[in-house]
Write a protein that binds this ligand. Structure first.
Ligand code: IPE
Ligand code: IPE
Ligand code: MG
Length: 244
C-alpha cells in the first residue's frame, strides 16, 4: 500500500519543462528484424510522432530531438538519401499534423547543407507553426553541439569586428543567445535510448547540468511508458548544481 501511494505521488509531479531525446537505435531495430535500415528510420519517425503528442498532452513545454548529426554524413550515400527522403515525406505530413495538434517546430542545425526542397519544407514548417502554443519541438537536423558553439563564436566575433559588441561584454547568458537554442531554457532531462552511454555531440552547452537517463530500449520500440519511467527517474534525482 505504501509503495502504491509513493508511485501515485511521483506520477502527480509535473514533468520537466524541457526534455531532450537522442533518437537512437533505428538501425539495430531494423537489423534484428532482417529489414533494411531505412525501415528502422521509418519506425523511428512514428515513435517521434507518438512521443511529441504525448509530451504535449502531459504539458511538456519544449521537446528537443536529435534526428541527424553533423557526423551522420559519414554514413553510406544510400542510408543518407533514405533518411532525407523520409524527412521530406515526414515534414509534409508534419505540417498537417501540427495544425491539428498545435505543435510549434523550430530547427536546430545548419540547414544549408540540406537539399533546397528540404530547406524550404523546414522553413515553411517553422514559419507556419510559429503561432501554436502547444509543445515546441526543437528538431535537430545536421546538428552538432561543437559546430553550434563555433558558429555562435564566429557570429559574436564578427559583431565585435563590426564594432557592435565589446569582447568583455560576453557572459554565459549572452553567449547562449548566439546558439540555436537562444531563448529556450536548458533541458532538465536528456534521454538516450538504445543502450549507448555517450552524448554524441548533443547539446554540450545546454546540458551542462541536465539529468541524463540512459535506457536499453531501441528508439522505434520506445513507448510513452518509457518516457514516464525516465520522468520518474528524473524526479528521484537530487539536483545540486554544485551547491549542497
Ligand atoms: C538513429 O539511429 C538515427 C540516426 C542517427 C539518423 P541509428 O541509425 O544510429 O541506429 P543504430 O544506432 O545504428 O541502431
Ligand atoms: C546520435 O546517434 C545522432 C542521432 C541520434 C541523430 P549516432 O548513432 O549517430 O551516435 P553514435 O555514432 O552512436 O555516437
Ligand atoms: Mg546510432
Amino acid at each position: 500500500m505504501a509503495l502504491f501511494q509513493k508511485k501515485k505521488k511521483s506520477e502527480a509531479l509535473p514533468p520537466p519543462r524541457h526534455i531532450a531525446i537522442i533518437m537512437d537505435g533505428n538501425g539495430r531495430w531494423a537489423k534484428k528484424r532482417g529489414l533494411p535500415r531505412r525501415a528502422g528510420h521509418a519506425a523511428g519517425a512514428e515513435t517521434f510522432r507518438t512521443i511529441a503528442n504525448y509530451c504535449r498532452s502531459i504539458g511538456v513545454e519544449y521537446l528537443t530531438v536529435y534526428a541527424f548529426s553533423t557526423e551522420n554524413w559519414k554514413r553510406s550515400q544510400e542510408e543518407i538519401s533514405g533518411i532525407m527522403e523520409l524527412l521530406k515525406r515526414y515534414l509534409k505530413e508534419a505540417i498537417a499534423d501540427m495544425e491539428k495538434n498545435h505543435v510549434r517546430f523550430v530547427f536546430f542545425g545548419d540547414l544549408s547543407r540540406l537539399s533546397p526542397e528540404l530547406q524550404t519544407l523546414a522553413r515553411d514548417a517553422a514559419e507556419r507553426s510559429k503561432v501554436y502554443q502547444g509543445v515546441q519541438v526543437n528538431f535537430c537536423l545536421n546538428y552538432g553541439g561543437r559546430d553550434e558553439i563555433v558558429q555562435g563564436a564566429q557570429r559574436f566575433a564578427s559583431e565585435v569586428a563590426a564594432g557592435k559588441r565589446k569582447p568583455e561584454e560576453l557572459t554565459e547568458a549572452l553567449f547562449s543567445d548566439y546558439l540555436y537554442s537562444a531563448g529556450v531554457p536548458d533541458p532538465e532531462l536528456v534521454i538516450r535510448p538504445s543502450g549507448e552511454l555517450r552524448t554524441s555531440n548533443f547539446l554540450p552547452w545546454q546540458s551542462a547540468y541536465s539529468e541524463y537517463v540512459f535506457m536499453d530500449v531501441l528508439w522505434p520500440d520506445f513507448k510513452t511508458k518509457d518516457l514516464d519511467e525516465a520522468i520518474a527517474q528524473f524526479h528521484r534525482r537530487n539536483r545540486r548544481f554544485g551547491g549542497r
